[in-house]
Design a protein around this ligand. Structure first.
Ligand code: ATP
Length: 362
């Protein structure tokens, strides 16, 4: 049974100018869990994190760690380590000295400090850099030192606010898995903030999607992908973005599909439905229980491992662009209409009026 370790209860933060940065947020995080907060810029992720660490005046709500109400404790009494976007290493100190600071503050005996520095620097592969100054480190190395300094005193909670955003794309991917591996190894309950949905999906045990200061959905990555609560989550998760088709205008029925659709959506008014189709679920071959659309490819992006086809739909007057991710072998030409298929059971269906997902299986 998972044990709840951090609890954010009815948290609201309203700034003086009236901006609601956190709007009655409730999140429960289990012991040793890696929880990611993700959402568009300005949605309130950092505000939630700052509230947990104690750097934010909050208007209402409570924060608990291990069942203890810490809402009014000062940051230093919360036993939380936090890493920011800027690494905030002391420039006039070597890596070794930077790492030793949290332990010196805790008046750790010298012998222990040496052992702990050896242990953490080994774990983070920075053991050869201990006598260097921060200016002689690459971005990724600085990032690892900052993590080492945060983790060396074994905090009960580890918070990270966009720690990889200053790194180049390749290093980001590398550090992503390193952080995940380290977090599992140390078993420190972690909250990680990012605006990058791929980072969120690959790193989080669970992911909390925030929009406009509100928690929209919190779940395992696969559930967010397969069962998004609404069109916002569906659009936010997945790359390239999900397509939304309109049933009456778009689907070209053959005799059988008409029956299939009537059967599939028998309890619904078809005009109220929005059909979400992921670009990776579209194919050029018809399979059992597939639906069909006719598309007009306008741009073909060959990625080597796949081809992304940007297309419009012939039947509709407006020129919305959609996208299909097809196999790299597909022979597609721009402005040459073709038919694409997708399995009916891969549809993610929404109510057009509420934007909420419809659970067709009851
Ligand atoms: P980003 O991904 O861009 O860092 P975020 O999701 O972390 O964004 P926050 O930094 O938590 O967002 O900000 C939430 C909202 O609160 C934003 O609209 C921001 O402009 C606003 N905000 C932040 N600080 C203040 C402040 N001191 N006064 C007024 N509004 C503020």
């Amino acid at each position: 049974m998972d044990k709840e370790f951090i609890k954010i209860e009815n948290l609201s933060v309203i700034f003086e100018d009236g901006t609601v940065a956190a709007d009655n947020v409730n999140i429960s995080i289990n012991e040793k869990e890696f929880l990611v907060l993700v959402g568009p810029s300005g949605c309130g992720k950092s505000t939630i994190l700052r509230s947990v660490v104690g750097l934010q005046n909050i208007n209402s709500g409570k924060i608990y760690i291990d069942n203890k109400d810490i809402t009014h404790l000062s940051p230093r009494d919360r036993d939380i380590a936090m890493i920011f976007q800027s690494y905030a290493l002391y420039p006039h100190m070597t890596v070794r000295e930077n790492l030793s600071i949290p332990l010196k503050l805790k008046k750790t005996p010298k012998e222990d400090i040496i052992n702990k520095i050896n242990e953490i620097s080994e774990m983070l592969s920075i053991n050869k850099l201990l006598d260097r100054y921060p200016r002689a480190l690459s971005g990724g190395q600085k990032q690892r030192v900052a993590m080492g300094r945060a983790l060396i005193r074994k905090p009960r909670v580890f918070l990270m606010d966009e720690p990889l955003s200053n790194l180049d794309a390749q290093l980001r991917v590398e550090m992503r898995s390193q952080i995940s591996i380290l977090q599992k190894k140390l078993g420190v309950t972690t909250i990680y903030v990012t605006h990058d949905q791929v980072e969120a999906m690959t790193m989080g045990d669970r992911v909390a999607i925030i929009n406009d200061g509100k928690l929209v959905q919190i779940d395992k990555p696969s559930n967010l992908y397969n069962k998004p609560i609404n069109t916002f989550v569906a659009s936010f998760i997945g790359s390239p973005k999900i397509n939304f088709f309109d049933i009456n205008h778009i689907i070209k029925f053959n005799n059988d599909t008409d029956n299939k659709l009537n059967d599939y959506f028998k309890n619904y008014n078809k005009n109220d439905l929005l059909l979400g189709v992921r670009p990776e679920d579209l194919t050029t071959e018809e399979k059992i229980n597939s639906l069909m659309i006719e598309i007009n490819p306008i741009l073909i992006e060959d990625l080597g491992f796949s081809k992304d086809i940007i297309f419009t739909l012939s039947e509709i007057e407006n020129d919305n662009n959609f996208i299909a991710r097809l196999s790299s072998e597909s022979q597609i030409e721009s402005n040459n209409k073709i038919k694409l298929f997708f399995p009916i059971n891969k549809l993610v269906v929404f109510n057009k009026n509420t934007n909420e997902r419809i659970n067709l299986n009851g």
